[in-house]
Each structure stands twice: as structure tokens, then as C-alpha cells.
Design a protein around this ligand. Structure first.
Ligand code: SF4
Length: 358
């Protein structure tokens, strides 16, 4: 679908949209814990946790994280292992690493306070245009847009922008619209209203236009194109098979720590690798051999499916007899009783829980 690329939105249309959305937000916003604070740290934390993650899932994590790290200083003093442990199950673990690295920089260079300047905020690890716009507008009242996936869909429909938002030209157009519509007065509430509308009413697929507070200003609805804007993207998920080894020595199991430049950076997993041959047992033995261990794969303990980034993974977990000490870095024998204290991604936590005595 090609963009007609409408001209810059008229000021009176922007004002009408701002008034309708902020009134709607005031009347019916969800009472979420990060909306009861103006502390930039808490707002930043919520924005990081909410990336790629459902609101309902974030609430518990958010509250537990703040119990342990109530301030940026407390977070900056934490170990990466402690932060990853609190993040366990939330996924996209590079967010946790970046959060910790950014907290340390904020303490070193910004007096322990999240910077109110957009350039300084965006120089922090993991803080891009969206996060800086959201935190600065909500915490400090800076009139910057916050264009997350929900806001992209809402603006595309409201202004009839038909192209694929992943394309540069369309993306630029949506940024211009978002910049032109964000008000000087209560920019944070306006941004949250846009995102709330996208999360609850102007949803992907079939938007609920009958209850939409801004239906009178919506170009997509007026043209009957609300289900066609933005165009659906084809899924680019790839199917992958993996093997994992459960090797025991008395009350210990063999674990490896994921490298920091991979997905699940710094988390502990059962030794595992991609595998596309006919014999998962051979794949496990080859994997352990690379780590300096002689191994004999046994029966299948369990099979799991999970999604990670753009991969759909079918994982076969084999019990394995192992002799010797691993020579590979970041591999070690861990007592079953200690596994609970290590940060593990959900599929590997499931394996741990399936072990007798695990
Ligand atoms: S009228 Fe429909 S398509 Fe337009 S913003 Fe509202 S819910 Fe979205």
C-alpha cells in the first residue's frame, strides 16, 4: 500500500486530538503502579520492562525490582547476577544489562538522577528515541513524542498513513506527525493516552472504533481502512531445533553461562546447541566433547517448544553420562540446591524443575 503522505497535520486538528485523548485518559486510564509516581527512575524502569512485554506480566517484576533496588544508586551498586536473577522470566535480558550499565553511568556522571536532557539520555546504554521521549515527557514534562508500536499504529490510522511503518519513508512521516501532535501542556499524559489507546482500543487487527474517543478525527475510519492500516507484516519466524544435555554427578548438574554477546547474555543454561542432524545424542556428545568432556547421551528427559526473538525452537533434552571436568570457560558443576539462586531463562528453569530433586 502506498502512502498518500498527507501534509503536516493542521494545528486545530492537533489541538482537538490532544483534548479528546487527554480527557479520555483522565477519565479511564488503567491504575498501573508506574502511573502513581513522578520519579524518573521508576518511570524509566517501567518503560524498559514494558518493551516487548505485556503490562500484566510486568507489574510483579516491577514491584519486586523496586523492593530490592528502590533507587538508581541501589541498582548501580548491584551485581549483574543479582539483576539478572530478578529479571528471570521477563526475557530480552540485554535490557537488564543495559539498565545496570546505564544506572552506573547516571551515578558517575549525572548525580544519580536520570538526565532531563534528550541527548544525554540517549547516550545511555539501551535508551533510544522511544525511551528518552517517554521518560522525559512523563517525568519532566518535555514535549517529546514517544513512538512505540502502539503509538505507530494509532498515528498511522488517525492520519491515514498507509505504508509499512518499518520502511524509512513511512517511519519518518510518522515521526513528523508524532512531533507535531505532542502538546507543550501535559506531553507525558498525551503520550500515555496514545499508547493506552493502542493497547486497549485501537488494537492490531480489528480496532474497536465504536468506543474510540477520537473516532471523529480518524482518517482510516473515515475511509473504511481501519483494518488495513498499517499493512500486516509477514512473520519472519524461523523454525530451529536444539539439543540440551542434563549431566549429573551426584547432587550436581553441569551448567554453562551464556556469552554476553548472545541472546540470554549472562544467564545459566544446561549445555545446549542448535542441531539439524538425524541423531540428537551425537549432537550432545559433540557439544560436550568441545568442552573437554567425554559424554554418552542417554534417554530423552523432555521435549519443549519456545520462542526467542525471531526463532521458534523445538528443544530435545537428553540425560547424559559425563566424565571429567569441563575445560571450556563458563562451564561448571553446580549443586542442585544452588540452581534456584542462578538466573536462568524460562525453558531451562523448566528443565531444572523436571529433575528429580530439582
Ligand atoms: S477510530 Fe478506530 S482506527 Fe481510528 S483511532 Fe479510533 S480505534 Fe483506531
Amino acid at each position: 500500500m502506498r502512502d498518500d503522505v498527507p501534509a503536516s497535520p493542521a494545528p486545530e486538528r492537533c489541538r482537538r486530538l490532544q483534548a479528546l485523548l487527554v480527557d479520555w485518559f483522565d477519565a479511564g486510564q488503567r491504575g498501573l503502579p508506574w502511573r502513581r509516581t513522578s520519579d524518573p527512575y521508576r518511570i524509566w524502569l517501567s518503560e524498559v520492562m514494558l518493551q516487548q512485554t505485556q503490562v500484566e506480566r510486568v507489574i510483579d517484576y516491577y514491584e519486586r525490582f523496586l523492593l530490592q533496588f528502590p533507587t538508581i544508586e541501589a541498582l548501580a551498586a548491584a551485581s549483574l547476577d543479582d539483576v539478572l536473577k530478578l529479571w528471570e522470566g521477563l526475557g530480552y535480558y540485554s535490557r537488564a544489562r543495559n539498565l545496570l550499565a546505564a544506572a552506573r553511568i547516571i551515578c558517575e556522571r549525572h548525580g544519580g538522577r536520570f538526565p532531563s536532557d534528550s541527548e544525554a539520555a540517549r547516550a545511555l546504554p539501551g535508551v533510544g528515541e522511544y525511551t528518552s521521549g517517554a521518560v522525559l515527557s512523563i517525568a519532566y514534562g518535555v514535549p517529546l513524542p514517544a513512538l512505540d508500536a502502539n503509538a505507530v499504529r494509532v498515528f498511522a490510522r488517525l492520519f491515514g498513513v498507509k505504508g509499512d511503518p518499518a520502511r524509512g519513508e513511512t517511519r519518518r512521516r510518522l515521526r513528523e506527525i508524532a512531533r507535531a501532535t505532542v502538546p507543550d501542556d501535559r506531553p507525558g499524559d498525551f503520550n500515555q493516552a496514545v499508547m493506552e489507546l493502542g493497547a486497549t482500543v485501537c488494537i492490531a487487527g480489528r480496532p474497536d472504533c465504536l468506543v474510540c474517543p477520537v473516532v471523529e478525527t480518524c482518517a482510516a475510519r473515515a475511509a473504511g481502512l481501519e483494518t488495513e492500516i498499517p499493512p500486516r507484516r509477514r512473520s519472519s519466524t524461523s523454525a530451529v531445533t536444539e539439543v540440551a544435555a542434563v549431566a549429573r554427578d551426584g547432587d550436581c548438574v553441569l551448567l554453562m553461562q551464556r556469552p554476553h554477546d548472545s541472546y540470554w547474555p549472562g544467564l545459566w543454561v544446561f549445555p545446549s546447541a542448535d542441531f539439524d542432524g538425524p541423531n540428537p545424542g551425537e549432537a550432545v556428545e559433540a557439544l560436550l566433547h568441545q568442552a573437554g568432556l567425554e559424554a554418552e547421551a542417554g534417554h530423552t528427559l523432555l521435549e519443549l517448544s519456545y520462542g526467542i526473538m525471531d526463532r521458534r525452537v523445538e528443544l530435545t533434552v537428553l540425560c547424559t553420562e559425563v566424565g571429567g571436568e569441563p575445560t571450556a570457560e563458563r562451564w561448571r558443576w553446580v549443586a542442585l540446591a544452588e540452581i534456584e539462586d542462578l538466573a536462568m531463562p524460562s525453558p531451562h528453569r523448566t528443565i531444572a524443575q523436571a529433575l528429580p530433586g530439582g
